[in-house]
Unconditional design. Structure first.
Lengths: 532, 661
């Protein structure tokens, strides 16, 4: 297979400026990651430790196979909102006793591990990942339940979580609850709806209503232990399947459960050599233009992602603002669709449609590398049927059944976001680089469009146009959009699976591809009507 | 005597000597047959030979000493000669005769020579007649206590009490004064009787500061007998040689000539044919005949290395009836060779033999290794605990000694305790290097100090072992095998491994970042660069020094070797066994029920598995048994009593010291 020439001039001023700008953005992300890692802060961490309890990430690390990877997802959920960065929970893809699974845990040092709307978004996403990719789901439970002042935003939607649990079970995707502490009221259904429940002696507390609520409801006097202790649930109610002597024992039992699942992945990969690319991944930093108006050359980027930098490019000379072709990543065959010039014309839409159909014919997962500003507008393009062509591409993307994994490298604007399998198109995984920008269009464009419309309206009404006011409004809109389109803003709102360091792209895609291969990887030949 | 060409030799021995003989046979194009006991079914000497015959049983008396079985094995395989090696049947005149009677060639001296030299007293008489200097001895059979004391006074103290038959230090006693004489003689007799079936002992003068110097001789069937210089074997423990060398630092050309002549005379006196060794005590320039070993000697390799000759080849040539080759008749000394015998034994504990599995056994290539064990060999109580002979050759004595010490120090010996440390320290000691050796050498040394562990760095070794474990886990990962080790998109902590080492429990923390390895050894950050890690070797720079570490793992036991030394350590689980909360030995009722019988008394001794109490529940009887050997401390229930689930029925205290496994 041909090899991409990914050589770059790492000494050029442009490269260095790009690198500096991206490192600055990475630093902002890392600062927020540190907030998530710090949990509820020193005071609450100290209190938790004083109770002789492990932190959620310590539980997680012990659960994982030694030296295996952990891809933490949605780590910056709720960043820069009223809630704590990380949304008082941790979830990601890890390997337990040789089984890839989704691990989801509450961070009890952050408001008792209670669920706010962002937490719920993460939890539901964790279940999606488990269901779509057929990954066992392990819950590390210790939570005060719903964040009560926010119950209005949690309660109704939260019901879906319970429903998902039973559906996972029906799909024969195992769910495990390791209960380290409080898991009451709605939280009681976490072990209640899991296939396997492990409770830590003298620590787990699982009941619908605690002593005060019971007293209120029926006048009965009761204790925590009688209502929901681990011993009671293990010996009397049978809600607990394993009585763990302590936290380590619970984690050990969790590993044992995974070891005995007789688990087999259903995907066919990896099937190709997984040799490393021929170019230094650290040079990714200089490949992302610091000015979003400048095009991003995707070939050197692919050369730093693909095994051995090999890339079989499809229709290289046709529809050149989109790159399509085949490669493998960590041995998994993939089709890659990458925006080379931002805008999509009819040719690019045709090319993408055909390529998506081919990948479906041969069961190849598709990697989308976004840097798209939208479908081309203008008389010539409308008249040549850009809408029909965009619709073809969206039809193909929507009905494709091979796994889609997206990386938003730069812009992802307008219907281009849809055509590139944006979040509404259920990609199995969607990551953003810190340089990503996601919105209906760029701030400057959006503000300009608004200004033209306002000017036309003023003219129609015969009113004078207030230029000064217009300039102010334009600036406000531009500022707002510029903020809202940022990767951190979007990821905080659970609009992706997390921001990744561009240098880690190959590793992250490798883990994601391995995860999607837990399920059957199978394309389709069934599509909606392609408008010709 | 006619000349025959041997086509197939049965090696009536085991271990390193059988392997060593097979090697020369192969080089000469001669087929080989091994014999092996039950315990040796997988032993290297079996694989070293072309064919093998099983000798059922384990004890030497049932196997390697069974003349009939060995002759049968030779017949079965069509062997035309038998090489007895050393020990076992090598100095058994009756066997040598039986071999000849079976029309087979015995690779060794004629039965008459074996018989003459087999009795020390008889041997001395012959030597005295031949003009070879001897120490006068007195046989003490049939003497009264008074006569014994008189005889002893005549010999002069200190006196050595020796068994007439056998050797190897068994039945030997040094008596400093008349007070200890009677006890020593009695003890020597008992030992001699036990070891050789002959309680004849004799007394001789004990030479202080004497060296053990022996001469290698070879004689052919044409009347040629030559000496191949001396070996010194003064470094002994419990009268057994552990370090041997050639030439002796105490022997000059004149003395060598005199001793060589005496040895040749001795051999000729008994009509010696084949390879043999005439042992002398050397005190100053005075030497006295000790005994003659009518076989290949354990320490023959040092002679081979200094002369460039192959003594097994020479034995075979002689057995074939050939004349000694010219290079044998006119031998030259090319340098100095030192041999160390590596034993599975604990020098600090009175050199007691140690048994167990030898998991891994590697030596550097600059030394000669004669061994009959390999990775996985069981070191049992049945045979000699010698693991190997390690021999170094160099232009000078000091170079050879230091090369040997280096080879022993570098060797990877993972399994039973050995005398390696002692050997290394002796070889490097100023006394040894000065050539100041005599048979009392080790008695003057602090054996416990000599056998203390050689240096090691448990923390760095635990670090290397951790990285090797890491590499093994990554290479065997069922999924995501090509993803970087321990990869995290946002690392919150180290990967942690705890070890039980000679320096106590150590914690190794590590993780791989974009910039490489980050690590803490017991909380101390170290600068580390990992160049390469495999499951059995690690190439690692720690604090600016790059070293190669070899790592070997057997279950949770891990051994690490490097220029820093050797470490043995135990991998500790991330999930230590939870603490058992019930009082140890409490037997709990498995379910609610009724006590139907009590089958033990309080205070009685019970074996593990013994039923203590029987419970009836739901029409089924459940026996509650003791999990350990121990003593019943209490039975707080009575027959017909109703009991709850988990109620204590009895307490059994494990017998002291019996809980170990």
């Amino acid at each position: 297979m041909p090899t991409l020439d990914g050589a770059v001039d790492a000494a050029s001023d442009e490269f260095k400026a790009n690198e500096a700008a991206l490192l600055e953005q990475i630093a902002q992300v890392e600062k927020l990651q540190a907030e998530a890692l710090a949990g509820g802060g020193e005071k609450y961490v100290a209190r938790h430790r004083k109770r002789d309890k492990l932190l959620v990430r310590e539980r997680l690390e012990l659960l994982l196979d030694r030296d295996s990877a952990f891809l933490e997802l949605s780590m910056l959920s709720a960043a820069n909102t009223e809630f704590h960065t990380g949304a008082s929970s941790v979830h990601g893809i890890g390997v337990v006793s040789g089984v890839e699974c989704v691990i989801s845990g509450h961070d009890p040092t952050v408001r008792g591990g209670s669920s706010n709307p962002y937490t719920l978004g993460k939890s539901l996403r964790a279940q999606d990942l488990a269901k779509e990719n057929r990954l066992p789901l392990v819950n590390l439970v210790e939570s005060g339940g719903a964040d009560l002042p926010n119950q209005a935003n949690v309660f109704v939607v939260g019901g879906k979580w319970f429903r998902n649990m039973t559906q996972l079970s029906k799909l024969r995707i195992p769910t495990v609850a390791l209960v380290f502490g409080s898991s009451t009221a709605g939280g009681a259904y976490v072990p209640g709806m899991a296939d396997y429940a492990v409770m830590v002696k003298e620590r787990a507390k699982v009941f619908l209503g605690g002593p005060p609520l019971v007293k209120m409801a029926t006048g009965e006097e009761s204790t925590d232990e009688e209502l929901g202790g681990a011993e009671m649930h293990s010996r009397v109610s049978g809600l607990s399947d394993y009585l763990a002597r302590d936290e380590l024992d619970a984690i050990r039992i969790g590993r044992q459960i995974m070891a005995h699942l007789n688990w087999r992945k259903l995907g066919y990969g990896p099937t190709e050599p997984a040799d490393t690319p021929q170019f230094d991944p650290n040079e990714m930093l200089g490949l992302v233009p610091s000015d979003p108006k400048k095009p991003m050359d995707m070939r050197p980027i692919i050369a730093r992602i693909a095994d051995g930098s090999r890339f079989d490019e499809y229709k290289r000379e046709y529809g050149t603002s989109l790159i399509t072709g085949w490669a493998s990543i960590h041995g998994y065959p993939v089709g890659i669709i990458a925006n080379q010039q931002g805008v999509l014309f009819s040719e690019e839409a045709h090319k993408a449609t055909e390529f998506i159909m081919l990948c479906n014919s041969y069961d190849q997962p598709i990697i989308f590398l976004h840097n798209v500003t939208g479908y081309m507008v203008g008389k010539q393009y409308e008249q040549r049927g850009i809408i029909k062509d965009g619709a073809k591409m969206i039809n193909a993307v929507s009905n494709s059944t091979v796994p889609h994994i997206g990386v938003i490298c730069g812009s992802s604007y307008g219907a281009g976001n849809y055509g590139m399998s944006g979040q509404s198109y259920n990609p199995r995984f969607l990551f953003m680089w810190p340089s990503a920008r996601v919105s209906v269009m760029g701030g400057e464009q959006l503000a300009g469009v608004m200004s033209i419309i306002n000017r036309a309206a003023a003219e129609r009404r015969g009113e004078p146009f207030d230029e000064e006011h217009d300039a102010m409004v334009r600036q406000m809109i531009e500022n707002q959009i510029n903020q809202e389109e940022q990767a951190i803003y979007m990821t905080a709102r659970n609009r992706d699976d997390g921001i990744i360091d561009p240098r880690d792209t190959r590793t992250v895609l490798g883990i994601a591809l391995s995860a999607v291969h837990s399920n059957v990887v199978e394309g389709t030949t069934e599509w909606g009507i392609f408008r010709m | 005597m006619t000349m025959t060409r041997l086509a197939k030799i049965l090696i009536a021995n085991r271990g390193e000597i059988a392997v060593r003989i097979a090697r020369t046979c192969r080089e000469l194009g001669i087929g080989t047959v091994a014999v092996y006991s039950d315990a040796d079914a997988e032993a290297p000497h079996v694989g070293a030979c072309d064919e093998a015959v099983h000798l059922p049983g384990v004890a030497p008396g049932d196997t390697y000493l069974r003349q009939d079985l060995i002759l049968d094995a030779a017949a079965r395989t069509g062997a035309d000669a038998i090489h007895p090696g050393y020990g076992f049947l090598s100095e058994n005149a009756e066997f040598a005769a039986a071999v000849a009677d079976a029309d087979l060639t015995f690779i060794g001296p004629p039965p008459s020579a074996i018989a003459s030299m087999g009795s020390k007293i008889e041997a001395k008489r012959i030597m005295k007649d031949a003009g070879v200097p001897i120490l006068e001895g007195v046989e003490v059979g049939g003497l009264s206590d008074g006569e014994l004391a008189d005889a002893a006074a005549q010999v002069g103290y200190p006196i050595l009490v020796k068994a007439s038959a056998g050797g190897g230090g068994k039945g030997m006693r040094i008596v400093e004064s008349a007070d200890d004489l009677l006890d020593a003689v009695a003890a020597a007799r008992r030992e001699a009787a036990g070891a050789f079936g002959d309680d004849t002992v004799f007394l001789e003068r004990y030479l202080e500061r004497a060296r053990h110097v022996e001469i290698q001789v070879v004689g052919d069937t044409h009347g040629n007998v030559v000496d191949l210089f001396e070996r010194e074997c003064s470094i002994q423990r419990r009268h057994q040689k552990i370090i041997e060398e050639a030439p002796s630092p105490a022997v000059d050309t004149d003395l060598r000539e005199a001793m060589g002549k005496a040895a040749v005379d001795a051999a000729k006196a008994v009509g010696y044919e084949g390879a043999g060794t005439v042992e002398f005590m050397l005190a100053g320039r005075e030497f006295f005949f000790l005994e003659m070993n009518t076989r290949l000697q354990v320490e023959h390799p040092v002679t081979e290395l200094i002369t460039g000759l192959d003594l097994v080849r020479i034995q075979i040539l002689i057995a074939e009836g050939r004349e000694l080759p010219r290079d044998v008749c006119d031998p030259t000394m090319r340098g100095h060779a030192v041999e160390a015998r590596l034993y599975a034994e604990d020098p600090a504990n009175d050199f007691l033999p140690v048994t167990g599995t030898l998991h891994h056994f590697r030596f550097p290539t600059h030394v000669r290794l004669d061994t009959g064990v390999t990775d996985g060999s069981e070191i049992s109580v049945h045979y000699d605990p010698m693991l190997a002979k390690v021999i170094a050759f160099a232009p000078t004595r000091e170079e050879a000694a230091l090369a040997l010490a280096q080879g022993l120090e570098e060797a990877e010996i993972y399994g039973p305790t050995t005398n390696r440390e002692l050997l290394v320290r002796v070889l490097r000691s100023p006394e040894f290097l000065a050539g100041d050796t005599d048979t009392g050498f080790l008695d003057r040394m602090d054996v416990v100090a000599l056998s203390a562990p050689l240096g090691e760095d448990p923390a760095i070794h635990a670090f290397a072992a951790t990285l090797a474990d890491q590499a093994r886990r990554r290479s065997r990962a069922a999924v995501q095998g090509t993803i970087p080790s321990g990869w995290r998109n946002a690392a919150s902590q180290f990967q942690v491994q705890n070890w039980a080492t000679s320096a106590g429990e150590l914690t190794i923390g590590y993780r791989f970042s974009r910039d490489g390895l980050i690590a803490e050894l017991d909380g101390r950050p170290v600068e580390a660069v990992l160049h390469r890690a495999l499951d059995d070797s690690v190439d690692l720079t720690v604090d600016g020094v790059r070293r190669r570490f070899s790592v070997f793992s057997m279950g949770d036991q891990v051994w690490v070797s490097s220029p820093l030394g050797h470490s043995s350590m135990t991998r500790l689980s991330r999930f230590p066994e939870p603490v058992i909360e019930e009082a140890p030995g409490s037997l709990l009722s498995p379910m609610p029920g009724k006590v139907v019988s009590i089958n033990a008394d309080v205070g009685s001794e019970v074996a593990a598995g013994k039923t203590i109490v029987v419970i009836e529940a739901m029409k089924m009887e459940h026996a509650v048994r003791s999990p350990v050997d121990g003593i019943v401390a209490s039975i707080p229930v009575a027959v017909d009593q109703q009991v709850d689930a988990d109620q204590v029925l009895a307490v059994v205290e494990a017998t002291e010291g019996d809980g170990s496994e």
